[in-house]
Design a protein around this ligand. Structure first.
Ligand code: NAD
Length: 499
């Protein structure tokens, strides 16, 4: 049985852990590796090594730091197939989708090549007589990141790329369910020229996370995962004086207006609702057609397309729309929520409960489900299902539809499908959700914009990537300097002003 390593000081390193968790191949249900669960002492040691490496890295000029990312991007492209295969093998998503996962992280690394420009401070010449004022953006020191299973390439890169480009060292604690790709990324960063110790990967569970939260050397923590853990990490990290940003769960609504192109809306729901088996924080999990006629037309178009979805292992090639979910526990949870929807009286238009894939009976496959007549009091509406289950909530009016999205506790993404610019504009302005699509079902911002939800989908005030990340991973220092022409006149006792 393969034992997963840590990545310490530029080397794959056997963990000292005595506890392990199973890493599955979700398509077959087989345990393919054991992931070590680091102790506090091991995490502390890895952080101390990162702290030793950081000052020299921070002292390197930003252009040279950026060149590591140029090479890294090159290496990601060269290793794309290998990365995607390893990703699909642990996560279950299809190979084209796994490549997308790597690509969206690669684009953040590309953005970080602009570090010399992004790290420039402000300067005021002659702010007062003979006085100049300038600000510097300095790295924090050692930052840490805790990432979820569902984007094992993209989300680690969202964090470590800007953190490292800013001159920090970074300790990554990936999901114990998909640890291989983060380790491969760290190896590629090393190959690209990153000095040893600047990017460390430590595998673990709550004990490792708590070690990061309580270690005084760690200056900032980034987290992406479920909302209860996001809240815990935000509260604990802040109480320990760290800078923290946490991104949580989602329940993304797509509103379909009566004037929408129904073919386009149905296709959009298909990809956004069932792609990656619904295991995306930007998946659409609630469709809100406005008006009975719109709802009827939508269900009529959508149901046969959902029935026809092809579910299978990533090894089947391009013919598969989505793969298995990540664990058997995830499958059980999804199916029990589906049952709760049926029990609560929602209409299960497409029933995937008895889905069985010949030859893959032990895999964690879940058939596609489509619900109609879902109401906001049902668990399938309030809870994040994180599976191939789309709920339809019928609204009589636009106001009722926007109200559902606004009243839901999550606020990650949303979309509206319409041909009316005024409605779209009103929606984008009023909605209390962080990422909005207009005739775009999964509005994930590109690397040079920033990613982040509102309400219970995010905690902290800065988003991921884009210029926000350069703010999150630096501190501003402002210098007021005067080079007197002669030694001056004695003390000043009132606050200095520049008039
Ligand atoms: P998760 O919360 O179970 O795990 C995320 C990380 O937290 C992992 O590294 C895990 O080891 C760690 N962790 C788990 N339990 C912990 C505990 N008790 N104490 C401390 N650390 C703990 O999430 P997941 O199942 O890996 O990912 C799916 C979730 O992530 C979904 O809710 C999804 O919406 C969310 N997500 C959000 C975004 C976003 O940007 N908002 C992006 C991707 C995924």
């Amino acid at each position: 049985m393969q034992e997963i390593s840590n990545f310490v000081n530029g080397q794959m390193t056997k963990s000292a852990a005595t506890r392990f968790s199973d890493v599955f191949n979700p398509a077959t249900g087989e345990v393919q590796a054991q992931c070590p669960l680091a102790t506090t002492a091991e995490v502390d040691d890895i952080i101390a090594k990162a702290a030793e490496a950081q000052p020299k890295w921070a002292a390197m000029n930003p252009q040279r730091r950026a060149r590591v990312f140029m090479k890294f991007v090159d290496l990601l492209n060269q290793n794309m197939d290998k990365l995607a295969e390893a990703l699909s093998r642990e996560h279950g998503k299809t190979l084209p989708d796994a490549k997308g996962d790597v690509q969206r992280g690669l684009e953040v690394a590309e953005f970080c090549i602009g570090a010399p420009h992004l790290l420039k401070g402000e300067f005021t010449d002659s702010a007062g007589t003979g006085i100049d004022m300038y600000s510097m953006k300095q790295p924090l020191g050692v930052s840490a990141g805790i990432t979820p299973f569902n984007f094992p390439a993209m989300i680690p890169m969202w964090m470590f790329a800007p953190a490292i480009a800013c001159g920090n060292a970074f300790v990554l604690k990936p999901s114990e369910r998909a640890p291989t790709v983060p380790l491969m990324l760290a190896e590629l960063m090393s190959e690209a020229g990153l000095p040893d110790g600047v990017l460390q990967v430590v595998n673990g569970d709550k004990e490792a996370v708590d070690a990061l939260l309580h270690n005084d050397t760690i200056q900032s923590i980034g987290f992406v995962g479920s909302t209860p853990i996001a809240e815990y990490i935000y509260a604990t990290g802040c109480a320990n004086g760290k800078r923290v940003q946490c991104f949580g769960g989602a329940k993304n609504h797509m509103i379909i207006m009566p004037d929408a192109d129904m073919n386009q809306a149905a296709d959009a729901l298909l990809g956004a609702g069932y792609g990656a088996a619904g295991e995306r924080c930007m998946a659409i999990s609630v469709a809100v057609p406005v008006g009975e006629d719109t709802a009827d037309r939508l269900i009529e178009k959508l149901a046969p397309k959902v029935e026809a979805l092809k579910v299978g292992p990533y090894t089947s090639g391009a013919d598969v729309d989505y793969g298995p979910v990540v664990t058997n526990a995830a499958k059980d949870n999804i199916l029990s929520l589906v049952q709760s929807g049926v029990d609560a009286g929602a209409k299960l238009v497409v029933d995937g409960r008895n889905f069985n894939l010949q030859g893959y009976e032990d895999g964690f496959f879940v058939g596609p489900h489509l619900f109609d007549h879902v109401t906001p009091d049902m668990d399938i509406y309030t809870k994040e299902i994180f599976g191939p289950v789309l709920c339809t909530v019928r609204a009589k009016t636009y106001e009722e539809a926007i109200g559902y999205a606004m009243d839901h506790e999550y606020g990650n993404g949303t979309a509206i499908f319409t041909r009316d610019g005024d409605t779209a504009r009103d929606f984008a302005n009023r909605i209390n959700i962080g990422m909005v699509g207009v005739n775009v079902p999964i509005p994930v911002p590109l690397a040079y914009h920033s990613f982040g939800g509102w309400k219970k989908s995010a905690f902290g005030d800065l988003n991921q990537h884009g210029t926000d990340s350069f703010k999150f991973y630096t501190r501003t220092k402002t210098v007021t300097s005067r080079w007197p022409s002669g030694l001056k006149d004695g003390g000043e006792f009132s606050i200095p002003t520049m008039d």
